[in-house]
Design a protein around this ligand. Sequence first.
Ligand code: PLP
Length: 436
Amino acid sequence: MSQTPDLDARAFELDRAHVFHSWSAQGALKPLVFAGGLGSRLWDHAGRSYLDFSSQLVNVNIGYQHPAVVAAIQEQAATLTMVDPKHANLARGEAAERITAHAPDGFDKVFFTNGGADANENAIRMARLFTGREKVLSTYRSYHGNTGAAIVATGDWRRPAGNEFAHGHVHFFGPYLYRTEFWAGTPQEESERALRHLRRVIEAEGPATVAAILLETIPGTAGVLVPPDGYLAGVRALCDEFGIVLIADEVMAGFGRAGEWLAIDHWGITPDLITFAKGVNSGYVPAGGVIISNPIAHHFDERVFPGGLTYSGHPLAMAAIVAALDAMASEGIVANARSVGQDHIAPALAKLAERHDVVGEVRGLGVFHAIELVADRATREPLPDAAMGTVRTRLLERGLLPFIVNNRIHVVPPCVVTPEEVAEGVAIIDDVLATL
Ligand code: PLP
């Protein structure tokens, strides 16, 4: 780790002068500078290091600078850096083969995109063309990406006022027992009532108009809302009853994050389309896509699928997928995410909840957890933004890079995080909560 603090100042100045940031008022931004990383740690040019409990945007599942993935990108770069999607290429075929191997039986094809938003965009298009129907149902507590249909399918504040980019979108409430919309007292009640609500929405909209239900298997940015047992099976049954395509958005929850290859594996659910991005190659080169079940794939055997992207199946991204998935399999990285989550993160967060009144609820699976902070445990009033700002500052001061959304600290380290690193990070959170 070389120490050249001047480069931090230079990176910061260049950023502030020329880089226009996502989802922000530009004026008061103070971006952190990062220069290097390894495993679950990152550092700046001055050598100040952070333990990463964010995985950037919850995507660096394999950790920083995995040597096999870096080498595969280097090798592909030295061989051939671009192949038009209409041609065949070994890296692309192998990536698709690896991905379908982790999908349920009956999924043999992959349509590659540049990331998660365009994966959802194309999945919605496939569902509409397959069913000949228009409407897409998705939840209020969701994020599906920042493009036409994907951002209108999104439920959170980023959905544009007015449906100017897309049409036929309807929202409903999914299960979230801690802040139940259904006056439920148990996970089972929450599941049953959320399913009853969804059935009523489908009936009221007219089942013959509904092309797809688009769901994050575990809504991520909305708060790591692990669905109660029975809910996803119930959604699957409603889709079967009404001939609706079920799209599982696994962009954040998939490829190790929830301690399984795909989060649907927790409940044994088989959707009709699965969208992915992030963890598939940990963002070493941008990539995403749609894993397509055979009936939908075959629908386009004789009909044109009207969609494509210059960088669909880009060789560098494909080489990174092959290497990342092979390393995750041979090094037991998904199993690590599961056991570290179960045996270390979940018990450590439960202790935080016992020790600090400010913790309203902790929940999650694998390396996909959230600590929900409240001003008042009885009313569950969220901890205000100013206090969350203080939490963030104090975590950073102590060397922990957090992922904070609204009143929550999401505990989302790389899947390679060790029990010792979990203990180190949770001790920092413990220390900061004690200062509130
Ligand atoms: N879907 C989910 C569940 C996500 O979390 C995200 C991004 O955070 C997206 C889709 C959009 O992915 P991208 O930013 O790669 O377009």
